[in-house]
Design a binder for this molecule. Structure first.
Ligand SMILES: Nc1ncnc2c1ncn2[C@@H]1O[C@H](COP(=O)(O)OP(=O)(O)OP(=O)(O)O)[C@@H](O)[C@H]1O
Ligand SMILES: Nc1nc2c(c(=O)[nH]1)N=C(CO)CN2
Length: 175
């Protein structure tokens, strides 16, 4: 049993449809889903803007199993890996996992937790703050509130992230 914060992003193909597939894929475990945010590409590769969401899920899965579920959804979206931080139909990242109230720490290349680059990513933090205003993230400098991590980001990057759409959870009617 664990609680995970999941980030999903897309900038190729039917991006909104790909994000909807994530909401549907985690439907039984979803605690909260952010709005869909339009976000400028992070990481220095010139490419189209992304759509991003952050979800909180809770269920009888281990951290590895959350990662596996995300990988299945990426495959279903015909995800290929070409350029690091480059364009993609769907990317599903596990940001942090809590088991019995304790944050899972993992240094394995297959699954590094908490996600080592989440603290620098407005496209993860801003949607996360929307659904969990008191959220914190463990960083190499210690535990930080998501709010203060956002405040520490470049203002232009922060301001460019904006909510554009809402996905209704499964059973919530047409979106
Ligand atoms: N916390 C994590 N969430 C998702 N994938 C992870 C995590 N930690 C390690 N990985 C591994 O990272 C590998 C590469 O992932 P991917 O190609 O999606 O990276 P990326 O999205 O380009 O970059 P980034 O890792 O900076 O988000 C995956 O095969 C996965 O096993
Ligand atoms: N805005 C934004 N930028 C990114 C994203 C993403 O989901 N959103 N994913 C990436 C893959 O590593 C690289 N850059």
């Amino acid at each position: 049993m664990s609680r995970a914060v999941i980030s999903a992003g897309s900038n190729v193909g039917d991006s909104l449809g790909h994000l909807r597939s994530v909401v549907e894929g985690f439907a039984d475990e979803i605690v909260a889903v952010s709005a869909v945010y339009a976000t400028p590409p992070w990481g220095g590769v010139e490419q189209d803007d992304f759509l991003n969401i952050t979800l909180i899920v809770d269920g009888p899965l281990s951290a590895r199993q959350w990662l596996g579920r995300g990988a299945e959804l990426e495959q279903a979206a015909d995800r290929t890996r070409e350029v690091r931080w480059g364009p993609r139909t769907l990317d599903v990242d596990v940001i942090t996992v809590t088991e019995s109230g304790r944050v899972v720490v993992d240094d394995d290349p297959v699954l590094t937790l908490p996600h080592p680059r989440a603290a620098q990513r407005a496209f993860v933090l801003i949607p996360w703050l929307e659904i969990e205003p008191e959220a914190t993230l463990w960083t190499p400098e210690g535990e930080r509130s998501v709010r203060e991590l956002i405040d520490a980001l470049d203002a232009a990057e922060r301001d460019a992230v904006r909510a554009v759409e809402h996905l209704r959870p499964a059973g919530g009617g047409a979106s």
